[in-house]
Design a protein. Structure first.
Length: 194
């Protein structure tokens, strides 16, 4: 859960417009109720668009770009969240959801390693996306162990790294589930509309 109180320090300099746009997940952080869930859904849709877009290129570097994307997004998220936190003086307002984007991108990464029936029917994609989404939200809300500890880091790092760790935990569980779904799609393609 996001902390909505004031920080000890007073607000400082204004954040660039780009930082606000990114920190709010292209505006998805303003959706109510549950801005974290809306932000996670927007992040999931952005990840699907990235995978489809880069996949359409068919370039040899595409798999490496997809693996690097969560790390790159994390660095951008830390910058954007830090700039907005410094401007507002708020520790981790609920409308900053770029951290949810970074976390869910880590949770979705195992999907890149599963062999499935091709082309993937809509029902199979929906089934494969649901587990990482739900697991990420569970760990992001529950904040077990190191996920909770990461929130105490200063500035943008504290805003983002707890969600990244929640995403990594979700990925560790989503990976075997996704492997199982992939095996089922290959063994029984008719179940998925293939």
């Amino acid at each position: 859960m996001a902390y909505h109180g004031r920080m000890d320090a007073e607000p400082t300099r204004p954040a660039p417009r780009l930082a606000w746009w990114l920190a709010t997940g292209l505006g998805s952080g303003y959706l109510r109720p549950a801005p974290g869930t809306w932000g996670t859904l927007a992040g999931l849709l952005a990840w699907v668009a990235l995978v489809r877009g880069l996949g359409a290129l068919g370039a040899s570097w595409t798999p490496w770009a997809l693996l690097a994307a969560p790390l790159a997004l994390t660095l951008v998220a830390v910058w954007a969240a830090d700039a907005v936190v410094q401007e507002t003086g708020l520790k981790d307002p609920s409308w900053i959801v770029i951290d949810e984007w970074a976390g869910v991108w880590f949770a979705l990464t195992p999907l890149l390693f599963t062999v499935t029936v091709q082309p993937q029917p809509w029902l199979l994609w929906a089934a494969r996306l649901t587990a990482p989404f739900l697991l990420f939200r569970l760990f992001d809300i529950w904040k077990p162990g190191p996920v909770d500890t990461a929130q105490s880091l200063p500035g943008g790092w504290g805003v983002v790294l707890d969600d990244v760790l929640a995403g990594v935990l979700a990925a560790l569980i989503a990976w075997p589930l996704d492997q199982w779904l992939g095996a089922q799609s290959l063994a029984h393609p008719s179940h998925w509309g293939g």
